[in-house]
Design a protein around this ligand. Structure first.
Ligand SMILES: CSCCC(=O)C(=O)COP(=O)(O)O
Ligand SMILES: [Mg+2]
Length: 262
């Protein structure tokens, strides 16, 4: 079945996990890579500026998380020149593993993950999985003058790795820009307003494609248009959610209204 995109839409904003990319790729490939390698990564890179910045951000996040039940914290002494490296990296590792056990989407965790995946993608150990219908559909949309952006909890750096080193080669030229949680949480309406400001359009001109209804609601609250994407392995939608949203199972089902007229 086809779903018509209203002509007012000038920008299509795409989620990654569960939308352009199977959840299984994230859960079974990307996340295990972090869990298996985080300690040795920290060990190797600990003294580098980038790694210390990542640790500092993780420590600040942990401070904010103090109130959370079961939170694994990172004491103040864990970053900086005088830190006992072995003890500190043990604490940081435990914090990362705890955050991942909760599938947290903090900027601190996502930044470190992006830096770790860089090694895996550059060495060719990992290639980004992208659904087959994604690239051909985006090419069509762009031909029709639509701008296409990514908005994911994964850091912009990680997004560029996934699409730049994908199973279909370098797909980065499909996108006009990338957003991550530095612009705000995906479940906050304000983030979509900020994205619209950044793109230079009204939220009403944005069509957001996502698999997560909390994200869909936030985008709608901001005035953006939303279509839910149902892919194999995604969380099942409730009957109410199915009734409330337009749904597609492939990007090929989107029909630009300008095209329909032809
Ligand atoms: C290269 S993105 C890695 C996937 C990830 O870490 C993530 O949290 C995906 O979140 P999304 O917002 O795309 O569902
Ligand atoms: Mg998603």
């Amino acid at each position: 079945m086809q779903t018509v995109v209203p002509p007012a839409v000038s920008a299509i904003l795409l989620d990654i996990e569960g939308t352009t990319t199977p959840i299984s790729f994230v859960k079974d490939v990307l996340f295990p890579y972090i869990k298996e390698n985080v300690k040795s990564y920290l060990h190797t890179h600990w003294d580098e500026k980038e790694c210390q910045e990542d640790v500092d951000l993780l420590r600040k996040q942990a401070k904010n998380d103090e109130e959370l039940e079961g939170a694994v914290l990172i004491p103040e002494w864990c970053s900086g020149e005088n830190a006992d490296k072995e003890q500190a990296l043990e604490m940081v590792t435990n914090n990362i593993l705890w955050q991942m056990s909760q599938d947290r989407k903090t900027t601190a965790l996502k930044q470190l993950q992006g830096h770790m995946w860089r090694e895996a993608f550059l060495r060719g150990e990992v290639k980004g999985e992208v659904y087959k219908d994604v690239a051909p559909a985006i090419k069509e949309w762009r031909k029709e003058g639509k701008k296409v952006y990514i908005y994911s909890s994964g850091s912009v750096e990680a997004q560029k790795l996934l699409f730049g080193y994908s199973i279909e080669g370098d797909l980065l030229e499909l996108f006009d820009g990338h957003f991550d949680t530095k612009i705000g949480s995906k479940i906050k309406a304000e983030s979509y307003r900020e994205i619209a400001k950044n793109i230079g359009c009204s939220t009403d001109n944005i069509l957001f494609l996502t698999d997560v209804t909390k994200e869909a609601r936030a985008a709608e609250e901001a005035g953006a248009r939303v279509i839910l994407v149902v892919r194999p392995g995604n969380t099942e939608l409730t009957e109410e959610e199915e009734m409330s949203y337009s749904i597609i199972t492939s990007f090929g089902e989107l029909l630009l209204s300008d095209l329909k007229a032809n």
